[in-house]
Design a protein around this ligand. Structure first.
Ligand SMILES: [Zn+2]
Length: 431
């Protein structure tokens, strides 16, 4: 056990929106969370743009925006090619806070986008996307213990496509092993920072958001029960910390009911912006030289600029005209008689920093209920997959037991967490 006096705990709930947290705290489902809300500070928090877990967690752990840490999505394109890649922890261009000087020892469990695990002063078990437990665990001496606990990094989402009962059983099993791992490391390790992220919350939201909204739904109680179990852990952790040792709770993005998927590449193809050499295309590598723009998930738009992409056709001086054309194309897009695009961000408006050149040229923010997708082989503009929940950008949450609001910016965003934590440590013991 540690006897240090400047410990901080961060508990992450992936995909947990502010208003769900508020609802469940007020209705008594999350009573320990309610107690922290009563003693501390509870605010909505802006997610990253786009509101994708890998981007948002990269901002949370580095304290920086995508233009600095370099992560813009689960997928990206290799510079100078149309080859798709899947960035991981090694591609992060800024160090996570636990690598900063003077932070001391850290235990980091299940933070998304920390695979493969590498050396740190402490312990790290990667969160999704993690390909195997061996490379997801530092130090490796911990691997046998995790295997003994039947620890698994992520819920097996394929279960959700088979049967909801199988999915919920796996969700429960994953949660219990995660709790066992946290309890084991809490007692065994001496640490200054303990960070534990629950990611089943995001999977639950995707598969069963409808069950949360509909009290008569057969899985409504199961939805609440998962969060009640997490609330018990929150209560246990709060109880293990001293009164002036801050506990921080955060999510990386929010969630809402998904009404329709809109296939952005299908639209670009239909409108003549995107062409493929083969139909259906096998990959981005099948992009035809006649292409002027293409999309990556969820609504990231890239312009095929000359010199930037193979046989790119768009001259820098024509970029502004193309952007206007794309804008009017997206602005006229409707779903159920309403505009599908809430807002179009240009690269220059939302990004800056050394990784600016790799940023998407535009990012589409959907209106409520619309889910942008950038599949290459979609055969229809609109669709509806199995998921009933989709990510939202403006309503992640921030909650802390720390009572003084003077450490918070007026509007909190995911890249503020590292700075907020530093301020808490500065004032610890002085309060
Ligand atoms: Zn998600």
């Amino acid at each position: 056990m540690t006897n240090s006096s400047n410990r901080v705990v961060i508990i992450g709930l992936d995909g947990m929106p502010y208003r769900l947290m508020k609802d469940l705290a007020e209705s008594g489902v999350m009573r320990h969370t309610k107690a922290i809300i009563d003693e501390g500070l509870f605010r909505p928090m802006q997610s990253s743009i786009p509101e994708i877990s890998s981007v948002s967690w990269a901002s949370i752990i580095t304290g920086a925006a995508p233009g600095y840490h370099g992560i813009y999505g689960f997928t990206d394109v290799h510079p100078g090619t149309y080859r798709m890649c899947f960035p991981n922890y090694n591609d992060l261009k800024m160090p996570p806070f636990w690598q900063h000087d003077g932070i001391g020892r850290s235990v980091i469990i299940n933070v998304p986008f920390t695979f493969p695990a590498y050396r740190l002063d402490g312990v790290l078990i990667s969160g999704f996307v993690a390909l195997d437990l061996e490379r997801a665990t530092y130090p490796p001496s911990l691997i046998p213990k995790l295997k003994e606990m039947d620890y698994q990094i992520d819920v097996d989402s394929s279960r959700g496509h088979q049967s909801m009962d199988l999915f919920l059983a796996d969700l429960d099993k994953t949660l219990h092993a995660r709790i066992a791992a946290y309890q084991y490391l809490w007692d065994k390790e001496d640490w200054q920072t303990f960070m534990l992220v629950f990611t089943g919350t995001d999977r639950l939201g995707h598969f069963l958001w409808d069950a949360y909204e509909d009290k008569a739904h057969q899985y409504h109680a199961a939805f609440l029960d998962h969060l009640r179990q997490i609330d018990e852990v929150i209560g246990e952790i709060r109880g293990r910390m001293g009164d002036d040792e801050p506990v921080i709770l955060i999510s990386d993005h929010g969630m809402e009911l998904s009404e329709a998927d809109v296939q952005v590449n299908f639209l670009l193809k239909e409108q003549g912006f995107l062409k493929f050499k083969n139909n259906p295309p096998r990959s981005l590598a099948d992009i035809d030289p006649g292409t002027r723009a293409f999309a990556l998930d969820p609504g990231r738009i890239y312009i095929s600029e000359k010199g930037k992409y193979p046989e790119g056709r768009v001259n820098p001086e024509d970029r502004a005209i193309l952007i206007d054309e794309l804008k009017s194309c997206f602005e006229s897009l409707s779903a159920d008689g309403k505009k599908a695009v809430e807002r179009i961000y240009l690269k220059e408006e939302i990004y800056e920093g050394p990784q600016f050149d790799n940023a998407p040229d535009m990012v589409l923010m959907s209106r409520q209920g619309i889910n942008f997708k950038a599949g290459l082989r979609a055969t229809e503009l609109y669709g509806k997959g199995v998921f009933t929940g989709k990510h939202t950008q403006p309503d992640a949450f921030f909650l802390t037991s720390y009572p003084s609001a003077d450490i918070l910016p007026d509007e909190i965003c995911v890249s503020d967490i590292v700075g907020i934590m530093a301020k808490m440590r500065e004032t610890q013991g002085k309060r």
